[in-house]
Design a protein around this ligand. Structure first.
Ligand code: AHZ
Length: 308
């Protein structure tokens, strides 16, 4: 059977056409000689630049008016994006992630250990995205957290109605008042993360915006970028006060996150660990089922808003 290398050479490199690649039966000299003829197709540097920038600017244009913005591409944000993009292919979903690498805290299980633990019934989400796990009675174990995150990420990125803007930070929220004077969220204010990190030592570098009637915030617990939206809602008087994440209680914390996933002010749904900061609920530590299921619930609430 032709190897992968055979197919690349046969299909794409005229100079190599007709050459059979079978390293096991060739001498080292014969195979080295053959590879001397290898060459990629022609390209000019500006073609690469244009291939990237034209698409990026088209995406900025397309998603300037989004249906849903998801802030944060951690385990909760990615689970929300997957569930919503699958259920509602008609909705335009922009994901804004401050880091270059999406995934948040879900590249490892806990304390830099690899395995990811989820309590039942969160294995249903693993079945849905086709991530294998070991059965351990009341809980299941994915052999490496990166297997969960990379699988979920690859599925999210394939949806035609999703665009991930990474290395981009939500710096503020777009707010409106309705006829009765009630505040609602109408989108997000963005900037390159590297710019956001330098507002103190550079002259004013104004941001960009994305309008969206629904924002799902999953920015994790407090930290340099964490709990962003709930802190901003408190500072503009739209949410009474930060509950502040409490100590760890694995038994109760996960249920609270799932049940607490909600639209906290019109247009703003909060999920994942950001909710612990909003509600003053306990952290759960290194167990991830509630992040996935909170994402599923956030997607369901968003879909319901569009059905109203
Ligand atoms: O970079 C952040 C991370 O990828 C991103 N983020 C935060 N603020 C942002 C902003 N703009 C854009 N202003 C922003 N992106 O949000 C992502 C949050 O991911 P996370 O993994 O930290 O949160 P999560 O709620 O999805 O998962 C929490 C996982 C935890 S923490 C915990 C404990 O401490 O006990 N236990 C679990 C399971």
């Amino acid at each position: 059977a032709p190897t992968f290398v055979d197919s690349v050479v046969e299909a794409a490199v005229p100079a190599m056409k007709g050459l059979k690649i079978a390293p096991s039966t060739e001498s080292a000299t014969e195979s080295a000689k053959k590879w001397e003829k290898f060459s990629f197709a022609h390209i000019r540097e500006s073609t690469v630049s244009r291939a990237m920038t034209s698409r990026y600017f088209k995406d900025l244009d397309t998603y300037a008016e989004s249906d849903v913005v998801i802030i944060g591409a951690g385990s909760c944000g990615l689970s929300a994006a997957y569930s919503l993009a699958k259920a509602r292919p008609d909705l335009k979903i922009a994901i804004i992630e401050a880091n270059v690498s999406p995934g948040g805290g879900a590249w490892l299980g806990g304390q830099l250990f690899s395995a990811m633990v989820m309590r039942r019934p969160a294995e249903k989400f693993l079945d849905e995205i086709d991530v294998p796990y070991e059965e351990e009675g009341d809980y299941v174990v994915v052999k490496h957290a990166a297997l969960f995150t990379s699988t979920l990420l690859s599925k999210v990125l394939r949806f035609p109605n999703v665009k991930l803007f990474n290395a981009t930070t939500v710096e503020d929220l777009i707010t409106r008042k309705d006829a009765e004077g009630n505040l609602r969220i109408a989108g997000v204010v963005t900037n390159w993360t590297l710019v956001s990190m330098h507002h103190d030592d550079q002259s004013c570098m104004d941001p960009n915006t994305i309008n969206a009637p629904v924002v799902i915030s999953t920015t994790g617990h407090d930290g340099p970028f964490g709990a962003f939206s709930i802190k901003r809602l408190v500072s503009i008087g739209a949410y009474e006060k930060l509950g502040g994440m409490r100590g760890l209680d694995m038994k109760t914390a996960e249920d609270q996150i799932v049940k607490g996933t909600r639209e906290v002010v019109p247009g703003m749904i909060i999920g994942g660990m950001e909710l612990a900061e909003a509600d003053g609920s306990c952290r759960m530590g290194p167990i991830f089922g509630s992040m996935a299921i909170s994402g599923v619930r956030a997607a369901e609430i968003a879909a319901e808003i569009f059905e109203e």
